[in-house]
Design a protein around this ligand. Structure first.
Ligand code: G6P
Length: 607
């Protein structure tokens, strides 16, 4: 969370900084700010809320200068107002920060005792004062930053600019990512390659613990022990064009509609179009011998992992443990020798997922990452990567990343089943054909958009909504509820249909819509009975099923959406789409900010 950009330019940098911030707004949008050097003095403009508010301020009071830093904030310490907005500054240094300084109280008390005055409630401001404290002791900027870094506990990416130093920026990384960009007589710092994509494709990622001293032509990188180190400069694939919404009113809707295409792109890496055989890249372990998979992730990616647990257990007959990364990282769970940890992440930067990955490595697991951003920390630290090809996902609520994660995980389940001899050739061929057809079937599902938009009017008036499913449809129910909560702010719960009678059935009355995720599969009749139980109590059922399912149960539903009849193996990928659309239209009816829901951020780099 929080986005960072810094530039030492040959030209006016404020417009470039703002353009960079716009690409980073998905990381947080509580406030935004920029600082430049004007005749050697630090000047700032900051605004609560969106970058547009900052732009309005800059219109009134422009900021000149060829060196600057800028920040978009997701609040951790201190409410999202202008005083707490970054950059934080003294008359000697301005800083921007992503992460948490855990021992800020202690340092702040010391500095207050030494005569420093603080203006904000943030943990970040302490960095500006601590560096100033060392500068006041006649240290050079680099030494002052190195000394300050040694005092800081926690996770952070930082960029610092110094009064009187037009040819200097310093960046530091412990935890959240920080990239150095190489331009033509210009140099950049950014939270990720996307932030810098309009400026350069030559990127160097700092390693954990590194700090970097940048001038207009070059960068010197030091590790945590102050030793000069060389880090690879790579060409990134991030597109220079600001990603647009096309004809769609929101990124989320555009991304929902991209699913047939990006599932197809993803499949192209794993499916031989001539033979329909699933092929994975070479892996540093033998799928046939894995004693257990441990799957971990956060948010929507976790639900993709949840579906994969069913697939790997049912089709490949391999034991799977599953947990959210924020629990797994601290659970001290014993993981078996020779085991494989699967981490799933769109951004590849989620702090808890990265920490769980590191825990897995400590426990001698081979780590396999299903990741959308190939240059991300998770992709770089994993032993092997199975990329999703969703392209940049801008809507904070994940959609196309989820279905492409499912696509990759389905391919993994099939490859594992083949390696372990748990399916015969005929079944393998049937399932890989079913996967190959997903893009076409996904396009058919999208044809129900209008109907789902109408149904959203029922959901939009509800205070509580229940989502029910069994087997691999259970995680889809959870994902449906999460989507609705995230963007419409309506309370929703996903429940295993069979578990409903142990609690949530008490919630049911005529006011509660119940979304039943029920493809025709071997558990259909069980889910049908649970659906009857809700109807008997006045529940309004919105039934997501196929022709056969609707023939059996459609009568009792308030309304049914007929999805394509597919092999139940691939149903979770397709049934994800109507729950996305339902959440989307409900949020639009409620008038929320669909792409940037309150309090959320797309890339969660704090724990
Ligand atoms: C945030 C986002 C979710 C996402 C989760 C995990 O909560 O809002 O959409 O599923 O982080 O992110 P990751 O990048 O690891 O998939």
């Amino acid at each position: 969370m929080c986005g960072i950009v810094g530039i030492i330019g040959k030209r006016e940098v404020t417009p470039l900084l703002i353009e960079g911030l716009k690409r980073l707004e998905y990381r947080g949008y509580d406030s935004a700010g920029v600082a430049t050097l004007v005749n050697g003095h630090i000047k700032r403009r900051r605004a609560q809320g969106r970058i547009a508010n900052l732009e309005a301020k800059l219109q009134e009071r422009p900021l000149t200068g060829t060196v600057g830093i800028a920040h978009t904030r997701w609040a951790t310490h201190g409410v999202p107002n202008e005083v707490n907005a970054h950059p934080h500054a003294t008359d000697r240094v301005a800083i921007i920060h992503n992460g948490i300084i855990e021992n800020f109280q202690e340092i702040k008390s010391e500095l207050i005792a030494a005569g420093h005055t603080f203006e904000s409630q943030t943990d970040s401001e302490v960095v500006a004062h601590l560096v100033t404290h060392y500068l006041n002791q006649q240290m050079r900027p680099k030494e002052a930053v190195a000394a300050a870094l040694k005092r800081l506990h926690g996770a952070f990416a930082l960029a610092l600019m110094f009064a009187g130093e037009h040819d200097l920026l310093i960046g530091a990384r412990r935890g959240p990512p920080l990239a150095v960009g190489y331009g033509d007589g210009e140099m950049y710092l950014g939270s990720d390659a996307l932030a810098l994509a309009a400026l350069t494709r030559k990127i160097c990622y700092l390693e954990d613990g590194d700090y970097v001293v940048v001038n207009g032509r070059s960068a010197e990188i030091y590790d945590a022990n102050d030793r000069a180190v060389a880090r690879k400069v790579v060409e990134t694939a991030a597109s220079g064009a600001l990603i647009g919404k096309g004809q769609f009113p929101h990124f989320m809707l555009k991304e929902i509609y991209e699913q047939p295409a990006v599932i197809g792109d993803t499949l192209a890496s794993y499916l031989n179009p001539a033979t329909f055989a699933i092929n994975l890249p070479a892996l540093p372990f033998d799928l046939a011998k894995v004693p257990r998979f441990t799957i971990t992730a956060c948010g929507t990616a976790y639900y993709a992992g949840f579906v994969a647990k069913y697939w790997l257990e049912q089709v490949a007959r391999v034991p799977v443990e599953l947990d959210v990364a924020s629990e797994l990282r601290y659970r001290n769970a014993p993981l078996p020798a020779g085991g494989v940890m699967i981490v799933v992440s769109q951004s590849g930067e989620t702090a808890d997922t990265l920490a769980a990955l590191r825990y897995g490595k400590e426990q001698k697991q081979k780590v396999l990452a299903v990741v959308n951003v190939p240059e991300s920390s998770i992709a770089r630290e994993a032993d092997a990567v199975l990329p999703t090809r969703a392209g940049p996902e801008i809507g904070v609520a994940s959609t196309k990343a989820f279905t492409t994660q499912l696509t990759v995980l389905a391919a993994l389940a099939l490859a594992t089943a083949r390696a372990r001899g748990t399916i015969d050739k005929a079944r393998e061929a049937k399932l890989s054909h079913a996967i190959a057809e997903v893009p076409a079937r996904a396009a058919e599902v999208l044809a129900h958009d209008k109907q789902l938009k109408l149904i959203a009017h029922v959901v939009a008036h509800a205070r509580d909504v229940l989502y029910l499913g069994r087997g691999p449809s259970y995680p889809i129910a959870l994902e449906g509820a999460l989507k609705l909560k995230e963007i419409s702010y309506i309370h929703a719960e996903g429940y295993a249909a069979g578990e409903m009678k142990h609690g949530p059935i008490a919630l049911i009355d005529e006011q509660v819509p119940i979304i039943v995720v029920a493809p025709s599969d071997e558990l259909f009749d069980k889910t049908a009975s649970n659906t009857q139980e809700t109807v008997a109590r006045g529940g309004k059922v919105i039934f997501l099923s196929d022709k056969a399912g609707i023939e059996k149960l459609g009568d009792i539903a308030l309304t049914s959406v007929e999805l394509p009849a597919v092999d139940p193996f691939v149903a979770p990928i397709l049934y994800a789409i109507p729950v996305q659309l339902l959440a989307y239209h409900t949020a639009v009816i409620k008038g929320t900010d669909v792409d940037k829901p309150r309090n959320l951020a797309k890339s969660v780099t704090v724990e």
